[in-house]
Ligand binder design. Sequence first.
Ligand code: UDP
Length: 243
Amino acid sequence: MDKKKRILVKFSGEALAGTTGFGIDVSILKQISLQIKELVLNDIEVSIVIGGGNIIRGVSASAGGIIKRASGDHMGMLATVINAIAMREALENAGMDVRVQSAIKMEAICETFILGRAQRHLEKGRVVIFAAGTGNPFFTTDTAATLRAIEIEADLIIKATKVNGVYDKDPNKYEEAKLLNVLSYEDAMKDNIKVMDDTAIALAKDNNLPIVVCNMFKDGNLLKITNGDFSECSIVRNLNQEI
Ligand code: UDP
């Protein structure tokens, strides 16, 4: 039997907020769950990381000088757990079997991250949501997502955004902005591009993990990408290697 495809999809917390900019928009959760369901029905092993920016980020929480950065980051990691629980509910409502694993132990709410256990869940067709980032302050959920993707030996990490991918200039400002289809890890680290933070990209590069940036609001997009059609998104990968 062919090895099943395994992917990790990263959603920013802000994406969940919809147009309100804060909190959780249930219609977005529904939309995401339909796309995830399509993947599961196609026998793809799916894991998810969601940010916490729709609730709180460590950097902004600590900006006023009262809250220490590490404490702000703890708050940020807890925000990702709130989002993970909301996403679990939405996915379960859509008929999927789901487990949340947190990097910080909170056993009354969800499982603690255990790699082997996460892998077993995936093999059984369960969607696994990794919450609480890396469990450490001073990291981002992009880094957490990359780390988990490498640990579970995912084929691909998909960064699901509001735009089609990475452009040579801001597509909201310039009509002539061009979508960059293929980028090297070095390109992805450039200041004007910054697909993810440097720590996340360095991890992906060292472990040859391709990163796809795509539009989460295009129906069928996640399945299309997982099936190897990268025509309408951007892929960051080792340009010397075929994938
Ligand atoms: N965070 C952290 N360690 C991690 C991941 C996240 O401290 O490993 C905190 C950090 O404060 C961050 C917040 O959680 O700002 C929310 O994550 P992020 O900003 O990456 O969310 P997104 O931008 O994807 O919504």
